[in-house]
Design a protein around this ligand. Structure first.
Ligand SMILES: *Cc1c(COP(=O)(O)O)cnc(C)c1O
Length: 722
């Protein structure tokens, strides 16, 4: 007894595969295949197939189809297998999926199936059932893959599989954030092991801390795109090495370096074993920049006469780099000692560099021996193209990295361009809004997204009342979701915005609803709306035209200031309606984000300018008819036209930060009081807020096309990859 319990436990430590070890009834068997490709997740019919199998269990399994298929009771399975209509729809969906997957990728200049783009990123947020992301960067990478798939671009993606993913957030009774990590290996991931031609697991090795660390690869299928995830949790490795791919952004700087070695060096080695010879390597953020060193090493190993500079020139031809933040904490830097201890002398020698030359590759000033090694300078040096993620961020990045370029280079000639971020419309647009488009625009409504004028015209034709009805339904759905989430929590002794004894009165579907969900980082200014609490509560308590708030977001586990800030927000406990008109939704993730961006009236964003590189959540809200209410920073500078949302503050910078904060807070309250509240609550004789709907339509018309990830990926192909 005892020994079998132990061996069972040991078994759980590795996953040989995630095969469904269960016989499904014959006519449901296609569900296994459908769940093996994330294509289902951005098709309304695909999500429905799994949800309706057993709705309560679907939520319990956190929308993981494979976990659902494993856990569902035989009785229910057999009931559904006898539901002819359901079985039909499985067949129809599988046929649609096959049709989608059938065409081969479209050659784009030198980008072809045998020479694709290799897209490297430290995190990928494809769907919640593959919890391999922390926030915006990962979601963006997921959306990039989905659009590359829809557009049929030859692209493969490389990342890491983190056994414990990113932390899950829980708020304690006293308002303090607590973290917990789930072992994703105990779940049923839609991954298959990558095998070689003999059917053995395909592995690559990377030298780390003097040991050859073995790395296995998993394959996730994202429509037509293959996403390979490297994982060091294999039996052959030592305990320590198995944890290299343990946590996403969890470890100390040494862990970060070795993770980034696995991603960069291991990723290139994997591509070689797969016989994929990319024409372009896309370094999506600096985490993967070590891949450039591996490419140089390969070139040098093949020709004894070359120097590192020769190799670098060839590497540069193939590499492009996207920087994602001007915030310091977002740009990895490592101390020279730490870096040197993580790269063997033999590796540095294989690059034909001295130790000092090696270190200088990561410095803005190569000759400053005290400067730490930065992944962004390394990437900027080793890539032929660099870009920021909005027009403003391009400009900010040129100024930030100007110091790396020859002194005669003017700031605006620094070779850093921009491609503004976008989001994947089929993933983020609410199914019921898609259905409205289907009815009023037609089954091919998505084809209009490339034609802004035709799209605007189509949006204008939708009757106001119908659009408003869809929006109202989505708001009801959001409120029901929030009430259930809040009720499911173990409740405390008093009502806070996080815990309620009775959630029936929480939030009101007739009240103007403002969403604010983002990481709790200093520059996001979570406390800006609390600048004048009395003025805020006056808005919330207004008897005729009240305002309510939905908050969500995680603080980094080590960020005590951020956690303090959250706790303060939780504990506002005045004699007001605040407790029932403000709520904090725990554990912000892709699923929570979907409910929020689809259901709120207003999406608020108050970053300290110019630190929001782009932001994408506001784009998701806009695609659902939400009105952005934001500082003019990142993407909003490009998106805002005076009708499709609201702006906060002025464009001026360079003054005392405290003064700017006060001015921005003043502007925030004023716009709320004088523009947003009146526009929302003024209705016509049919009780329709016509002015509001006009703005919603303008947002849908102007922002859906401009900020879709299809547009973004097309821009990457045309301006960066080719
Ligand atoms: C879209 C998204 C983000 C990024 O949003 P920002 O606008 O950059 O704050 C972060 N987390 C989740 C879960 C998202 O869906």
């Amino acid at each position: 007894m005892h020994s079998s319990a132990v061996s069972l436990k040991t078994e759980q430590r590795f996953r040989e595969d995630f095969e469904l070890k269960r016989e499904l009834p014959e006519n449901l068997r296609l569900l296994d295949r459908i769940s093996g490709n994330f294509f289902w997740s951005w098709r309304r019919e695909g999500v429905e197939l799994f949800r309706e199998l057993e709705p309560a269990l679907w939520e319990k399994c956190e929308q993981s189809p494979r976990l659902l298929l494993k856990r569902i009771r035989p009785l229910r399975l057999w009931q559904k297998s006898l539901d002819a209509d359901y079985v039909d729809r499985i067949g129809t969906f599988a046929a649609m999926m096959d049709e989608y997957l059938a065409p081969g990728p479209i050659v784009q200049g030198r980008i072809s199936p045998s020479n694709p783009v290799a897209y490297f990123c430290a995190e990928f947020g494809v769907h919640n059932s593959l919890p391999n992301y922390s926030g915006g960067l990962g979601i963006l990478a997921g959306d990039h893959l989905k659009s590359a798939s829809d557009l049929n671009i030859p692209l493969v993606a490389i990342g890491l599989l983190y056994r414990y993913g990113y932390f899950r957030q829980k708020i304690a009774h006293d308002g303090w954030q607590e973290e917990r990590y789930n072992d994703v290996f105990e779940s049923e991931l839609a991954l298959t092991p990558v095998l070689d031609e003999n059917g053995d697991r395909l592995t690559v090795t990377v030298m780390i801390r003097g040991r050859e660390v073995l790395t296995q690869a998993w394959l996730a299928e994202v429509g037509r795109i293959k996403l390979y995830l490297l994982d060091t949790n294999v039996p052959e490795n030592s305990e320590v090495d198995r944890y290299i791919t343990g946590h996403l952004y969890g470890g100390d700087s040494e862990t970060r370096i070795v993770q980034e070695k696995v991603l960069g060096l291991g990723g290139v080695r994997l591509l070689r074993k797969l016989r994929i010879d990319p024409s372009v390597y896309h370094l999506n953020e600096g985490h993967s920049a070590f891949l450039t060193l591996e490419l140089a090493r390969e070139i040098l190993a093949g020709d004894e006469s070359l120097t590192f500079t020769d190799a670098m020139a060839r590497v540069r031809e193939k590499c492009v780099f996207t920087t994602h933040t001007p915030v310091e904490a977002g740009n990895d830097v490592f101390s020279p000692d730490r870096l040197q201890s993580c790269f063997s002398a033999a590796f540095v020698e294989s690059l034909r560099l001295t130790g000092e030359e090696f270190l200088s590759l990561g410095r803005t000033d190569p000759d400053d021996p005290d400067e730490w090694f930065g992944m962004t300078p390394l990437a900027l040096r080793m890539a032929r193209s660099a870009n920021g993620v909005s027009a403003k961020h391009g400009e900010v990045s040129r100024a930030l990295w100007h110091k790396m370029f020859p002194s005669e280079t003017a700031v605006d000639e620094v070779p850093i361009s921009h491609v503004t971020n976008g989001v994947h419309a089929p993933t983020w647009i609410a199914p019921t809004l898609k259905a409205l488009y289907f009815r009023h625009i037609g089954p091919n409504w998505t084809s209009l997204l490339t034609d802004p004028a035709a799209w605007r015209e189509a949006i204008e034709r939708i009757p106001d009342a119908e659009l408003w009805k869809v929006h109202t339904q989505l708001k009801h759905l959001l409120i029901a979701f929030i009430r259930q989430r809040t009720l499911a929590k173990e409740t405390g002794l008093q009502n806070t915005i996080n815990e309620h004894e009775d959630t029936r009165m929480l939030l009101d579907p007739d009240v103007l609803t403002i969403g604010f969900a983002r990481r709790v980082a200093a520059y996001k200014r979570w406390n800006l709306i609390m600048t004048d609490l009395e003025r805020l509560l006056k808005l919330v308590d207004d008897p005729a035209r009240p305002v309510q708030f939905v908050f969500a977001g995680k603080a980094h586990p080590q960020d005590l200031t951020g956690k303090q800030l959250l706790q303060n927000l939780m504990s506002i406990n005045h004699d007001s309606n605040w407790q029932k008109r403000a709520v904090f939704v725990e554990d912000y993730d892709q699923e929570v984000a979907r409910y929020l961006v689809q259901g709120v009236d207003v999406w608020m964003n108050v970053p300290r300018r110019p630190l929001e590189a782009s932001g994408t959540s506001g784009q998701k809200a806009a695609m659902n008819g939400g009105l952005n209410f934001s500082i003019l920073d990142g993407w909003w500078i490009e998106g805002y036209n005076g009708v499709n949302g609201f702006s906060i503050g002025e464009l001026n910078v360079g003054r005392d930060q405290e003064v700017i904060d006060l001015e921005d807070a003043e502007s925030l309250y004023r716009v709320l009081e004088e523009q947003i509240v009146p526009a929302y609550y003024s209705t016509d004789e049919h009780r329709l807020p016509v002015e509001w709907i006009r703005r919603m339509k303008d947002a849908l018309a102007t922002l859906t096309t401009q900020f879709s990830s299809d547009r973004m990926v097309r821009d990457y192909v045309a301006q960066i990859y080719r």
